[in-house]
Design a protein around this ligand. Structure first.
Ligand SMILES: [Zn+2]
Length: 158
């Protein structure tokens, strides 16, 4: 028996969780020269597959969403899939199991796991993935994004 886990969680609640954990300082424009807060953007459209809100910045006209600059930028997962995938990875569940449960390609799960692992190692060189209680949003940022800006946890992004 397979449990339809993705249908048992609320997309809105998961969106809220992602916003709080990926964007500790609040969602802002992804243009590094701009970084205007999401209050300066207008809702533009929703993504086709993941159904998340896309914003257009009023200051620089850039388009971004809550996955911009994170390891989930290209995977087009729904908020529920993101939350369950993170939970599974942090609990050390096998990629094959997670892929099946969440209706994802195993390669997608594997890729995201590897990126999270890489980020975690950079943050805490001597440990494996931090546990689910770890308070950091950096783990979710694209590796390529780092080094360009100050860590998001240090001071407001202005
Ligand atoms: Zn902007």
């Amino acid at each position: 028996m397979e449990f339809p886990v993705t249908e048992l969680l609320d997309q809105q609640a998961c969106t809220q969780w992602i916003m709080e954990h990926f964007h500790v300082q609040g969602l802002h424009c992804h243009n590094p020269q701009c970084k205007a807060p999401v209050e300066d953007a207008r809702p533009f459209r929703r993504t086709k597959r993941s159904g998340i809100q896309v914003y257009r910045c009023r200051k620089c006209q850039s388009i971004y969403n809550m996955y911009s600059g994170t390891v989930f930028e290209k995977s087009q997962l729904t908020p529920v899939q993101v939350v369950l995938l993170l939970r599974g990875v942090l609990k050390g569940e096998p990629s094959a199991t997670l892929a099946k449960e969440l209706g994802l390609a195993r390669s997608t799960v594997h890729l995201i796991r590897r990126e999270l692992q890489t980020n975690a190692e950079e943050l805490q060189p001597n440990t494996r993935l931090p546990d689910a209680q770890t308070e950091t949003d950096e783990m979710f940022q694209n590796a390529g994004e780092k080094g360009r800006t100050a860590p998001l946890l240090v001071g407001p992004a202005s």
